[in-house]
Design a protein around this ligand. Structure first.
Ligand code: UDP
Length: 372
């Protein structure tokens, strides 16, 4: 065997594993079926702007170890995510905070906001929330649920809010302060020079091959290394033997506009049911509208995001962690544990709604336990 490890997938989990393996003196080879590294973090420069080709990625973490690790490969700017919601042209501040409550109800004190939420929660008769709808109403009341959550969530997940698990909405903070920083994280920012450069830095000195589909030729690839770290979809690895896990996919319509400012913010969520896209990203605002040398950029690039059910052959994005899929995943997990010398990890390998920092934490933990 020429290599100790074959890493399948050059996304974040794969890149951390490869980097840690190299650092501990192992020989490692990385393959990816795409023509680029960085997986869904991939950024490409268009009109001087780093465009997030597979959707907006804003790095945020409370984990100092993760932050220190990732800062070895990139410097981060001080971007703070403060998205806004557009409901039929009405603009609201996100995440749900005093600005949102003020616009929705005219209230200006936390006590008044709390009273409104409590009143609406009581009227809905919810005690122990059983699904996303009930969880949302108990957190922010029916008005906000109807205008800012229901339409957006049903577009994003393609399912009724009553059929979705409540944990999805718990990702969204609710604040009784005038603080519209979306993430309550200690560390936050966007890597200067783009995510692609960051992942390239992680893979420096490591052999890799792109445009290479492991699953199409696994006999050959298994021969080059003692162990395989597989970060692709777990059900695909087993040829969907037990059935398909469901994923949500996303399609982007990216446009270059001959104006300097389209929406005045990096992210605008369209929370009504009628607008077909879920959100519009204006990429230049991740870097304060300027090129790294401080020059103003005359054009802008926007991406409209359309959510759809994943079909075989498309890119899977979000695992659908409902009961049915979680049960099926557990069966695949049992199968995966019986695979000799193959480790499964990352968002697709573990069928988990991971944020970037959780992906890194999980890969670092894996490296500590396994790659020694
Ligand atoms: N969500 C919502 N309205 C919004 C933004 C988010 O109802 O304007 C809900 C939606 O169900 C979404 C969840 O909150 O799936 C988590 O949102 P987040 O922004 O964390 O999703 P991501 O950035 O991972 O797509």
């Amino acid at each position: 065997m020429k290599y100790d490890y074959l890493v399948v997938g050059a996304g974040l989990f794969g890149a951390v594993c490869a980097q840690k393996a190299k650092e501990s003196g192992k020989k490692v080879f990385v393959i990816d079926k795409r023509s680029n590294v960085a997986g869904n973090l991939y950024t490409e420069k268009i009109e001087g702007i780093q465009v997030h080709k597979y959707g907006a990625h804003i790095f945020h973490t409370n984990d100092r170890k993760v932050w220190e690790y990732i800062n070895r490969f990139a410097d981060f700017n001080r971007f703070t995510n403060s998205p806004i919601a557009n409901y039929h042209g009405e603009i609201y501040s996100l995440p749900f905070n005093m600005y949102t409550f003020n616009k929705m109800w005219g209230v200006s004190s936390p006590a008044e906001a709390l009273e409104m939420i409590e009143k609406q929660k009581q009227a809905a008769g919810i005690h122990v929330p059983q699904n996303l709808e009930e969880q949302a109403i108990s957190l922010v009341g029916t008005d906000i649920y109807k205008k800012l959550i229901k339409g957006y969530t049903e577009k994003q997940w393609g399912r009724d809010c009553k059929d979705l698990p409540s944990f999805i909405i718990k990702r969204l903070p609710v604040r009784l302060t005038y603080d519209n920083n979306y993430f309550n994280a200690l560390f936050q920012g966007i890597p200067i020079g783009g995510y692609t450069k960051m992942v390239e830095n992680m893979l420096e000195g490591i052999d890799f091959e792109l445009n290479t589909d492991y699953l199409k030729d696994r006999e050959k690839w298994n021969k080059i290394a003692d162990k395989v770290i597989y970060t692709g979809a777990i059900d695909a690895y087993f040829d969907y033997k037990l059935g398909y896990l469901e994923y949500r996919s996303v399609r982007f319509e990216t446009e270059i506009l001959d104006i300097p400012n389209y929406q005045g913010n990096a992210a605008v969520n369209y929370t009504d049911r009628e607008t077909p896209w879920t959100r519009i990203i204006e990429h230049k605002w991740f870097e304060f509208g300027k090129s790294p040398d401080g020059a103003e950029l005359p054009k802008t690039v926007i991406s409209k995001e359309f959510s759809s059910e994943w079909k075989p052959g498309e890119e899977p994005y979000y695992p659908v962690n409902d009961e049915k899929n979680s049960k099926l995943y557990m069966k695949y997990k049992v199968m995966s544990e019986k695979e000799k010398n193959v480790y499964f990890g990352g968002r697709l390998g573990e069928y988990k709604y991971y944020d970037m920092d959780q992906t890194i934490a999980s890969a670092l933990d894996f490296a500590d336990r396994v790659i020694t």
